[in-house]
Design a binder for this molecule. Structure first.
Ligand code: NBP
Length: 460
């Protein structure tokens, strides 16, 4: 068979995209490392009256592709892609085209582009968004790299993409690894959207005391206005979903620890590397990371049950944030020390910062003492002295933030510090809804509060 295009990797994304390509009238050949999945895919396709051509080896697949050969990789990003590209290059010739559709770190693609150039093989790094349903019925493609290659696959991508009106959700992104980069930023923005929605849910739940039914109605109404979007839509549907195992609403049974696959982290690495702040995305990523410390949150929430009164608000607030900020930095040091087995002495480090350096301050003596009392102190502000200070000064911080906010004074570090503190000392977080959203659109599964194991729900 002379296939129009080949596809490697038949997990969720590859299986669905190959059916999409076949249903648009293209002849597609597929290969998967584990052949059983190829057999599965052909059977599933057959049930939908689609013909897909399966091959047991890459060589066979290559031999059955029309020239210039085109192959899409949809496999786990990283070394597996290198391994497969090295194999493909054994069979591909000048002018043939490799398209990596995975969520790849853009610098990895740049190395592969160079490697392919040596053999005059064209390369496209392409972001794909839309999850499994998108892959099957129309997704957003973000292809970057060789323009010549893009023109060769343009027809296939346009037909397989989602349409808004008659416009296909695909365009040539730009040269090099720009397709990966744009997908990465897309995912970062997605993190921000999800977190903002989850925080809105939380505010209404705890301040307005809305129940899930009422919350669902609000998001449904919002979805009819300027906020109309997929994430708002799935949110109101999540909020009305009943649990199969108990009498409760499912969202209340989902553990508030949110997972992540790495693109949010990459966005932050780039943000930091380039000095282009993305604090909302950063807050969203931090929220997921903070959510993972469930035991610690429970412990800290018990220490900070009471909130006290104020004086000298700004001074207090500044001091309070300083403790919170040092807590964060030292926590990072503690964690990297554990992982790399550096055995860092945090008290000693605070001591050598005491003079000479830019952050020198008397305050550091107290940090040294805190670690002298307990060298395994998990969070600096769990030290009794610092904990008491925060308890005393927290109302000032809240007052400062609320005044600044109502008068339009931007105070992102104060706000971020308070947000961090409130999260790390909270027993319950809004990340159960994030987990529900992730399971809804990506089948990422979730854990439950009331029983063991990984769960997945058919949401629609
Ligand atoms: P996975 O990322 O889970 O990868 C599984 C596939 O990679 C299987 O077909 C597996 O073959 C293959 N594979 C592995 Br693992 N190592 C291999 C190797 N050394 N050689 C050949 N094949 C290898 O699949 P996915 O969730 O479908 O995602 C594919 C790509 O699309 C990823 O980069 C992902 O980040 C991206 N993406 C995913 C989504 C989503 O919603 N899931 C959305 C958008 C983009 P096997 O069957 O032999 O194990």
């Amino acid at each position: 068979e002379e296939c129009d295009i080949g596809l490697i990797g038949l997990a969720v994304m590859g299986q669905n995209l190959s059916m999409n390509i076949a249903s648009n009238g293209f002849k597609i050949g597929v290969f998967n490392r584990t052949y059983a999945k190829t057999v599965d895919t052909l059977e599933i396709a057959k049930k939908e009256n689609l013909t897909i051509y399966g091959y047991k080896t890459l060589e066979e697949l290559s031999k059955n592709l029309k020239k210039p050969r085109k192959v899409i990789l949809l496999i786990k990003a990283g070394p597996a892609v290198d391994e497969n590209i090295n194999n493909i290059l054994k069979y591909f010739e000048k002018g043939d085209i490799i398209i990596d559709g995975g969520n790849e770190w853009y610098l990895n693609s740049e190395k592969r582009i160079e490697l392919c150039k040596e053999k005059n093989v064209e390369y496209i790094a392409m972001g794909v968004s839309g999850g499994e349903l998108g892959a099957r019925y129309g997704c957003s493609f973000m292809p970057g790299g060789s323009k010549y290659a893009y023109d060769c696959i343009r027809d296939i991508l346009e037909k397989c993409s989602a349409k808004v009106g008659t416009s296909p959700c695909v365009t040539y992104i730009g040269s090099g690894s720009s397709g990966n980069y744009v997908k990465m930023i897309h995912n970062g923005i997605e993190y921000g959207d999800m977190q903002l929605i989850a925080e809105s849910y939380f505010l209404m739940k705890y301040i307005l005391k809305y129940d899930n039914k009422k919350l669902s109605q609000v998001f449904k109404k919002w979805n009819e206005g300027i906020l109309n979007s997929y994430l708002i839509e799935i949110t109101y549907k999540i909020l009305e979903k009943k649990d199969d195992l108990t009498e409760n609403d499912l969202v209340d049974m989902i553990m508030d620890i949110a997972g992540a696959k790495g693109t949010g982290k990459w966005t932050m690495l780039e943000s930091v590397e380039r000095g282009i702040p993305c604090p909302t995305i950063c807050a969203a990523l931090d929220a997921r990371n903070i959510s993972s410390f469930m035991g610690l949150r429970n412990k800290a929430s018990n220490v900070f049950k009471t909130v006290l009164d104020i004086e000298n608000d700004l001074l207090n607030a500044l001091y309070c944030c300083k403790i919170i900020s040092y807590t964060q930095g030292l926590f990072l040091l503690k964690k990297v020390s554990e992982e790399k087995k550096w055995d860092l002495d945090l008290g000693e480090i605070a001591r050598i910062w005491r003079g000479g350096c830019i952050i020198r301050a008397v305050f550091l003596d107290r940090i040294t003492n805190a670690y002298k009392n307990n060298k395994d102190l998990e969070l600096l502000f769990l030290n009794e002295e610092f904990a008491n200070e925060i308890k005393n000064k927290l109302p000032s911080l809240r007052k400062v933030i609320s005044i600044a906010t109502t008068r339009s004074v931007p105070i992102p570090a104060f706000s971020a510090s308070l947000a961090y503190f409130q999260m790390i000392t909270s027993q319950r977080l809004c990340l159960n809804l994030i987990q529900a959203q992730r399971d809804y659109f990506g089948s990422h599964t979730y854990k439950r509060l009331d029983r063991e194991g990984d769960y997945h729900t058919i949401w629609e």
